[in-house]
Design a protein around this ligand. Sequence first.
Ligand code: CP
Ligand code: NVA
Length: 303
Amino acid sequence: MARHFLTVSDLSRDELVAVLDRAAELRELRGTPAHPQPLQGKSVAVVFEKASTRTRLSFEVGIHELGAQPVTLISKDTQLGRGEPIEDTAHMLSRYVHGVVYRTFGHDRLETLARHATIPVVNGLSDKFHPVQLLADLMTIRQHFGPSLEDARVAWIGDGNNMAHSWIASAAVAGFELVLACPSGYQPDEEVLCGARERGARVRLVERPEEALDGATVVTTDVWASMGQERETAERQRAFAGFIVDDAAMERADSEAIFLHCLPAHRGEEVSASVIDGPRSRVWDEAENRLHTQKALLEWLIA
Ligand code: CP
Ligand code: NVA
């Protein structure tokens, strides 16, 4: 039975730590003759139903560096985009490639793909979760504060979206403390919260950003309107007033606090230019770490 990675909860804590440790090793080995090619002779499909820059680049480059052939499909140019069933797509992909990364809308589409595929399926972002981003975020936290993730206190400021859900799921696996400040009506999914709490996550929901920021060692946010929500942009801008991560917000956090953002960012909306381009921002390390962590993940899933 193939293992899949649809949410961070698909990994145990030991597996998560092993992937993050391996990512750090692969980072050191990158560009040297000692860099391994454990996927030599294999192929991995990367399928997009939504736009992407980082996910496409980091998977294509990473798959190549592991010795395999990346095959990128933009869904609208495929039969999947013309309504071919996901079940049939799963059977067909399983005969050609050794793994598939899939970026889609409804999380149920990923679950259907995973149910019918005999190869590992990796979530490249769904409306519910963006777990590969969290691997990179956790690697960045470790680079800054050391290996013990349990000591981190993460403040999420903004929408209770796929990234917020991924932080919640990760809190249960990695053991850090998480406080989310989301405007009323934009809170995370109750089922995601309950599931994580049942698995021991230390997660609190608060109403005001200040309540999340006090004592935070990691401050993070995301766009106010995610892909597919563009028509709600004006309404969301009104609802999220006061939820910008600016210098005053960072001042409330721990004096050593770092700022993370999955990107792309909207300067002047969810984050000020002074913060994202400032000394506490680790967003470029975070983006780079997509490459290392996904290579470690694919090696673990496919090799
Ligand atoms: N963070 C992230 O997934 O970026 P892309 O949408 O550019 O892939
Ligand atoms: N929440 C954002 C993340 C983009 C990487 C979206 O889904 O559009």
